[in-house]
Design a binder for this molecule. Structure first.
Ligand code: ALA
Length: 559
């Protein structure tokens, strides 16, 4: 059995030998791209460089990037879907192009990783004759080159050209598939599992603008290939859960490879990586997905959760630097706390079974749908699925409306005092970041005429001294009576300039940005006071923990 470590090392060395500099994996929560919750591909952290900014390490880069794809949660359980994976990636930033990339990838697969050439198939964008010529020259016979339209062979983060937002780069691509052999005659892009995509060469050459597509200043190569899938191909077994990067975790469970053990292994692994990158279980944004992963895994584990599984994940990656600075105890503690919370929820919910509706179990008690069904079945109760679906839909609409309201600033009303508190919230956010560090980001806000309440990411209780420093800094900025400025600008520009944003994906393409001197800059719908002096003075009255990693402070105005 060839290990994932071995495949990763061979890939990195192959491209380093060809002039590439290895860059470290970026965190799973994007650092400079608040438009998306998770890093889901190797190119994401490379975006500014693909758009033309010079990279400090040159024009040839290679890495293995930690990736998380939340949209695949429900798919996990078969032999090839995962939420967490490593994407091997190499880039040419205006350096080499198609000829070199395709020749090198072919050499890597056939000479270095020793995959039999006759098991490799390629797909090409149907307008891209140049690429099919290159494959033919490399020895791929006509019969193994397949042409598809943009639905399969155009790559951008948002898919086909029509769906790309202004500013987004993309281009035609050419994928390589491994044929695991199978019962029926099909084609490389069939979903049956016979053919598995093991690498995608993107010719990242266009950017969408308001006037249509324009060529990027430089032609880039963006290659990405799933490490786990390539390793499965090297071992000629289509079940990626058999490779050591999963089997080492499944072994600890003492189970065979089944849909259930695959879900546990994937979800716990993803959770350990997410917590190590600063995500904590919660009801919103990244925390919400982590909670879903953990709870789904916990349901399947039925009380067998132990810290040994966390150790197994960390040991699996001991040859990488992923967990070098991780706080392993914090990871274990976070999972154990969530487990306790969930057990209590289940316990309380079970007592209520029959008294409350299935929807309440789902919504208020956090039961996964499959568990509700099973409870109902066991107790011989009838679950009205239609009613459940209807209530769920109604709730989703309500929460959409509520979140639309929230993006008016989380304000109870637009009275003078509420407006003052709103501006104070911006000052508080900036002050917390200055005193505690840039890991602080808003995770919630609620304002009434009596007080402001502000939730933010931070792992521990603030000391009295820190509270005083934050309070003093806010009050200094109030005393300076700084003018509050509002400008309209494209969202991408605002974010690029470092404007803070709570749930940036909710803001329109052209959005208003409020600045308070050079102290604070946030995407926001207002309203705000004209100058900070109007606020008076504030005092932080209370702090508490919302969940692991999220703190809450309350403040009132004292004028
Ligand atoms: N960015 C390309 C992908 O994610 C390589 O498939």
């Amino acid at each position: 059995m060839v290990s994932a470590d071995e495949v990763r090392s061979k890939y990195l060395k192959f491209f380093k030998d060809r002039g590439h500099v290895e860059i470290p994996s970026a965190p799973l929560v994007p650092e400079n791209d608040p438009t998306t919750l998770f890093t889901g591909s190797g190119m994401q952290p490379m975006l500014p460089y693909l758009l033309g900014q010079p990279h400090p390490l040159g024009t040839r880069l290679v890495d293995s990037q930690k990736c998380f794809r939340a949209q695949d949660i429900e798919e996990v359980g078969d032999n090839r879907h995962t939420t967490f994976f490593e994407m091997l990636g190499n880039w040419s930033l205006g350096d080499y192009f198609k000829e070199e990339q395709l020749a090198w990838f072919w050499e890597l697969l056939t000479a270095e990783l020793k995959l039999p050439a006759e098991k490799l198939y390629v797909s090409v964008f149907d307008e891209d004759k140049e690429t099919s010529e290159i494959w033919l020259k490399l020895g791929v016979p006509k019969g193994r080159i397949f042409f598809y339209d943009e639905r399969k062979n155009w790559w951008s983060r948002s898919g086909i050209r029509k769906n790309m937002p202004i500013g987004e780069p993309g281009g035609p691509d050419s994928e390589v598939f491994y044929d695991f052999g199978g019962p029926h005659d099909c084609h490389p892009n069939c979903d049956c599992g016979r053919f598995m995509e093991i690498g995608n060469n993107v010719f990242m050459t266009y950017q969408k603008t308001a006037k249509g597509f324009v060529p990027l200043a430089k032609k880039n190569i963006d290659f990405g290939g799933g490490l786990e899938r390539i390793t499965a191909a090297v071992n000629n077994d289509p079940d990626i859960f058999k490779i050591d990067a999963f089997s080492s975790i499944i072994d600890v469970l003492g189970e065979n490879i089944t849909p259930q053990s695959r879900i546990i292994a994937d979800h716990i692994k993803a959770s350990v990586f997410l917590i190590a990158d600063g995500v904590f279980p919660g009801n919103k944004a990244q925390g919400y997905f982590l909670r879903r992963l953990l709870r789904r895994a916990m349901v399947k584990m039925q009380g067998r959760l132990s810290p040994a599984i966390v150790d197994a994940v960390i040991k699996t990656y001991s040859q990488t630097s992923y967990f070098q600075n991780a706080n392993v105890n914090l990871i274990k503690q976070t999972i154990a706390e969530e487990n306790n919370k969930f057990e209590k929820t289940l316990h309380d919910g079970l007592k209520k079974l029959g008294e409350v509706s299935a929807f309440d179990l789902y919504q208020s008690y956090g039961f996964p749908v499959e568990i509700i069904e099973e409870l109902y079945r066991e107790k011989g109760l009838k679950l009205d699925k239609e009613k459940f679906a209807e209530e769920k839909k109604k709730h989703q609409e309500l929460s959409r409306t509520a979140s639309a309201g929230m993006f008016k600033g989380g304000l109870a009303d637009q009275s003078e005092i509420v407006t003052k508190y709103h501006t104070a919230t911006h000052l508080l956010h900036a002050a917390l970041r200055e005193i505690l560090g840039n890991h602080v980001s808003q995770s919630g806000s609620n304002i009434t005429a009596a007080r402001l309440r502000f939730d933010f990411s931070h792992p521990e209780k603030l000391t009295d001294d820190q509270i005083k420093q934050v309070e003093d800094l806010v009050n200094t900025k109030i005393r300076e009576n700084i003018k509050v400025d509002r400008v309209e600008m494209p969202k991408a520009k605002a974010l690029a300039e470092g404007a803070l944003a709570f749930f940036p994906e909710k803001y329109p393409e052209v959005t208003s940005v409020y600045s308070i001197g050079d102290f604070s800059k946030e995407l926001c719908g207002g309203p705000h006071v004209q100058s900070t002096g109007e606020i008076g003075r504030i005092r932080i009255t209370r702090q508490e923990a919302v969940s692991a990693g999220v703190r809450r402070v309350y403040a009132t105005a004292i004028s």
